[in-house]
Design a protein around this ligand. Structure first.
Ligand SMILES: *[C@@H]1O[C@H](CO)[C@@H](O)[C@H](O)[C@H]1NC(C)=O
Ligand SMILES: *[C@@H]1O[C@H](CO)[C@@H](O)[C@H](O)[C@H]1NC(C)=O
Ligand SMILES: *[C@@H]1O[C@H](CO)[C@@H](O)[C@H](O)[C@H]1NC(C)=O
Ligand SMILES: *[C@@H]1O[C@H](CO)[C@@H](O)[C@H](O)[C@H]1NC(C)=O
Ligand SMILES: *[C@@H]1O[C@H](CO)[C@@H](O)[C@H](O)[C@H]1NC(C)=O
Ligand SMILES: *[C@@H]1O[C@H](CO)[C@@H](O)[C@H](O)[C@H]1NC(C)=O
Length: 454
């Protein structure tokens, strides 16, 4: 009898402790304690998609509306030359036609790139929602433009190829009258958050179950105005994605690089040194814009070498990389994006084991050889990724001890790799690249897989 009662008490205690450890409070101390779901660090590579009404003018950047309203010269000229005088930004929406949008094709391109997650702009600063939101009357993809639920269609196709699906969401909306009124009141009123942002975000989470919620547009107002910790407590405790959702750090003025899930710190953040918190390098293939712009020329796009170098440096320092593409208003990815992603995928087919599910090593880049970055797996395997083929065919690694090497291999070939020590201490290792010919698979950047002696 006594045993049964104490067992019951133990069970109750156990259940309560589960509930309490899973219960996040609406303050940063509590919110920041949540462990990041493991899938995110393992995935390493995501695709970012900036798509919206700004894809219609596809000129300048996705900040088109703002730049035009601010009367930047090139925007005024562009509008004067090409549109009637009384044309408004809202008039662009009906030309957001997406008639060639094939979500299955996109999913196939993204999957082949080797990315493991996709993040779509569900709503950028212009306020237009890519899903039929009940909180964005006549300013959403169902009511004007595509007449489709773009978020829903892409979510289905992306998950069908076993990638994770995430959503970008802008808190502020440049010209929403409710927001502008709160702003005029120095954010002492919060009608915009109460009647628009909070219900809209819950709707988005409940309808599409995003694996990533990539918040943005936070910087003008404090997180207390956005009620961010309150929302995150709901997201972590009660929402349908509470166990797997990952969020970033853009939740109010001053939260960037300080609070939330993982850190994004600034656009194209790539510090080159190990970070204490999980972080993500959100970057673009078009160096000048996130949204598609028709005036871009070839040299505005990252080469495959530049993309791989950026990726390798990011992963070595513990980051994920979120690679942005801007689709056209008619729903296609232009072939330059497709090619870049295809090249990345072919590189990852050979070198992916040095990227996915790896951990940073005790050194991030080599102390002697420039442009050599490290990752590791399971304690006894180190990957030295060298960016480019050395002129004389050899490199000297200052951080790999010759005597500790059990075996070494160049990923993508069976050709023998010769190594030798350089000094009496044997603390450095000279690696001779095997002769490669143009048909060999190793390209762009070369990965030496080094087994250490146990
Ligand atoms: C909008 O509201 C209707 C009616 O309540 C509901 O059926 C629909 O699912 C809502 N839309 C979204 C995206 O949640
Ligand atoms: C799911 O993927 C298969 C190929 O693996 C494809 O044939 C099918 O059309 C896809 N369905 C959707 C809804 O994306
Ligand atoms: C996804 O990509 C992987 C790796 O390239 C490939 O093996 C797989 O067949 C692809 N799956 C689909 C459904 O396209
Ligand atoms: C290693 O990376 C850091 C940070 O990017 C850089 O300052 C340093 O020069 C690099 N070392 C070598 C040998 O290239
Ligand atoms: C090859 O070049 C590297 C620098 O690029 C140099 O450190 C090394 O000594 C050279 N090796 C030989 C054998 O010339
Ligand atoms: C060589 O490496 C060993 C072990 O890491 C270290 O104790 C020693 O100081 C190094 N020698 C030199 C000359 O750097």
């Amino acid at each position: 009898m006594f045993g049964k009662i104490s067992l019951t008490i133990l069970l109750i205690y156990y259940c309560l402790s589960i509930v309490s450890t899973n219960h996040y409070k609406a303050d940063w101390t509590s919110i920041d304690k949540r462990p990041l779901p493991e899938w995110f660090d393992e995935a390493k590579i995501g695709i970012f998609i900036h798509w919206g009404v700004f894809s219609v003018p596809s000129f300048g950047t996705e900040w088109f509306w703002h730049s035009w309203s601010s009367h930047y010269k090139s925007y005024d000229e562009f509008m004067k030359k090409n549109y009637r005088p009384d044309f408004t930004y809202a008039d662009f929406a009906k030309d957001f036609t997406t008639e060639l949008f094939d979500p299955i094709e996109w999913a196939s391109i993204f999957n082949k790139s080797g990315a493991r997650y996709v993040v779509l702009t569900s709503k950028h600063h212009e306020g237009y929602t890519l899903w039929p939101s009940n909180y964005s009357f006549n300013w959403n993809a169902k009511d004007v433009g595509p007449n489709k639920d773009l978020v829903g269609e892409l979510a289905t196709a992306i998950r069908n190829v076993s990638l994770r699906f995430g959503l970008y969401h802008s808190l502020f909306e440049w010209y929403n009258p409710l927001y502008l009124r709160d702003k005029k009141n120095n954010f002492r009123t919060d009608d915009f958050v109460k009647s628009k942002i909070r219900p809209e975000m819950e709707e988005l989470v409940n309808a599409y179950h995003p694996d990533v919620l990539w918040s943005d547009g936070e910087w003008e107002a404090p997180d207390t105005y956005w009620k961010s910790t309150d929302f995150l407590a709901w997201l972590y405790n009660e929402s349908p994605v509470k166990d797997r959702v990952v969020v970033n750090d853009r939740w109010g003025k001053g939260t960037l690089c300080k609070h939330g899930g993982y850190f994004t710190c600034q656009d194209r953040y790539n510090p080159g040194v190990l970070q204490t918190r999980k972080w993500e390098n959100a970057m673009t293939l078009d160096k000048q814009s996130w949204g598609f712009r028709r005036e871009a020329i070839l040299e505005d796009y990252l080469t495959i070498e530049e993309l791989i170098y950026t990726l390798v440096k990011t992963i070595s320092c513990g980051g994920n990389i979120l690679i942005n593409v801007g689709p056209t208003k008619y729903g296609k990815l232009v072939p330059i994006f497709e090619e870049r992603l295809e090249q990345l995928g072919s590189w990852l087919q050979i070198n992916g084991e040095a990227i996915y599910e790896t951990k940073p090593w005790h050194r991030q880049n080599d102390s002697i050889a420039s442009n050599v970055w490290y990752t590791q797996r399971g304690g006894d395997t180190v990957y030295a990724i060298t960016l480019g083929y050395p002129k004389n065919g050899t490199i000297i690694l200052g951080d790999v001890h010759y005597d500790q090497i059990e075996s070494i291999q160049l990923l993508g070939t069976d050709k023998r790799v010769r190594i030798s020590p350089i000094k009496a201490t044997h603390n450095e290792t000279v690696i001779e690249f095997p002769d490669l010919n143009p048909n060999d698979k190793p390209r762009y950047a070369f990965t030496f897989k080094i087994h250490y002696k146990q």
